[in-house]
Ligand binder design. Structure first.
Ligand code: PMP
Length: 425
């Protein structure tokens, strides 16, 4: 797939990027690729083609959205058609109604929807909604769960695993952190203690943790969250920015049969274009402006390109074998990785995304994940990259598979993983 290439390579772009951007990048994890990040020229199916004309098998997939693979023809066709009609109207358009119909059809908790532009905006809006709707202040989140880059979620348990959150970014006021309690993932006792002691507006949770590597929930944990939040009059928010339309059309809530009050979506529902959504019970969503008094607005909310790409993607998910193909790809690859690692390790997988942890016996919460050998993980990442396989540069991200990860791609990947893992572990 060499197109002859240009004389400006990743190395040169990186030199310019470091002068232009903090750390040379526009989102921090991208800087973790050593010795310097490769720049991508194009993507096709399961592959990324770099500015250095190297072809890489991609298990990052834009950090989750590209469940159909890169540049899927159906998405290209739909977006091209939309482009001819203009791409921003500042008015409602047909596409937003169509995408919302698909979401409310498939996602059990979704009666009504508000489209925003990112997962970050979705969780920010969901948290404000839970506070506005209940007229309470406190939020409960779980250690290691990532919900985007706004103040109310850049808070974790800190080293003392306290129930009162500490900011994990400079610039987040302690006053903000004091309104957010943090419990360990999969810990119902802590959850109940907080709900009993505090007037909690909302509990926000990743129904599968996808931002500490992959950590599946205990099913009893999700069920317990549902029962406890109901008992205490607290809004239960499932952050399905990763799991929505990935574990299946109904996301984690269908997969685990637990229906939250609010759901945040992003990634897949925009087919790889910027998007976020909050959906849930009619009366809760109706608390948003203009009907209600909880403010949300956005120039790009429900923009026609993201709507169109999302519709094309979900329609393809409805009729293709995507879930079969992605689950098979993940199963084969995760099992082979499991067999190839010689040292103590854990492979956590849920349907069609997974991560491996080296030097640990069990990974059930963020503290377990933090004990894994991250240095060794980085070396696995680096060596795979040399062989043409791109996995996340951070231990705390997930490997995703797509419809384009067919048996041939998986077979080639398996032999490369085996080589690297047998050498390093
Ligand atoms: N929630 C979860 C569970 C996520 O994984 C992410 C991003 N990886 C976000 C929210 C934030 O989404 P975005 O990057 O689109 O703001």
């Amino acid at each position: 797939m060499d197109d002859g290439g240009s004389s400006i390579l990743s190395f040169d772009l990186w030199a310019d990027a470091q002068k232009l951007f903090s750390g040379g990048v526009n989102s921090p994890v991208r800087a973790a690729v050593k010795p310097y990040p490769f720049f991508v020229k194009s993507g096709k199916g399961p592959y990324l083609i770099t500015e250095d004309s190297k072809t890489l098998i991609d298990y990052v997939l834009g950090y989750g959205p590209l469940i159909l693979g890169h540049a899927h023809p159906k998405v290209i066709e739909a977006v091209r058609e939309q482009l001819d009609k203009g791409w921003l109207y500042g008015t409602p358009s047909r596409a937003e109604v169509e995408l919302a119909k698909l979401i409310t059809l498939h996602v059990p908790s979704a009666e009504k929807v508000r489209f925003v532009n990112s997962g970050t905006e979705a969780t920010m809006t969901a948290i404000r909604l839970s506070r506005g709707f209940t007229n309470r202040t406190k939020i409960l989140k779980f250690d290691g769960n990532y919900h985007g880059a706004h103040d109310y979620v850049l808070i974790d348990a800190g080293s003392a695993a306290t129930e009162f959150g500490v900011p994990i970014s400079q610039g987040v006021p302690r006053e903000v952190a004091s309104t957010v309690a943090v419990c360990p993932y999969n810990d119902l006792e802590c959850t109940e203690r907080v709900l009993k002691d505090e007037d909690v507006a909302g509990v926000i949770v990743e129904p599968v943790m996808g931002n500490m590597g992959v950590i599946p929930p205990d099913i009893e944990f999700l069920k317990g969250l549902r029962e406890l939040t109901r008992a205490y009059g607290t809004i239960l928010i499932f952050d399905e920015v990763i799991t929505g339309f990935r574990l299946g059309l109904g996301g984690a809530q269908s997969y685990f049969s637990v229906t939250p009050d609010l759901t945040t979506l992003g990634k897949i529902i925009g087919g790889g274009f910027p998007i976020g959504a909050v959906c849930g019970k009619r009366d809760v969503i109706d608390s948003l402006t203009p009907m209600g008094k909880v403010f949300n607005a956005g120039t790009f909310n429900a923009n026609p390109i993201s709507m169109t790409a999302g519709i094309a993607t979900i329609r393809e998910l409805e009729k293709s074998d995507t879930y079969k193909v992605t689950e098979r790809a993940t199963r084969i690859l995760a099992d082979e990785i499991d067999n190839s690692i010689k040292m103590e390790h854990v492979v956590n997988k849920v349907v069609n995304f997974f991560q491996f942890f080296l030097g640990v016996k069990e990974v059930k919460n963020a503290n377990d994940a933090r004990k894994a050998d991250r240095g060794l993980y980085s070396r696995v990442h680096e060596n795979l990259l040399k062989l043409g396989v791109f996995i996340p540069p951070s231990q705390f991200e997930a490997l995703f598979t797509s419809l384009a990860h067919d048996d041939k791609v998986i077979e080639e990947s398996v032999s490369k993983f085996k080589k690297v893992l047998e050498e390093l572990t």
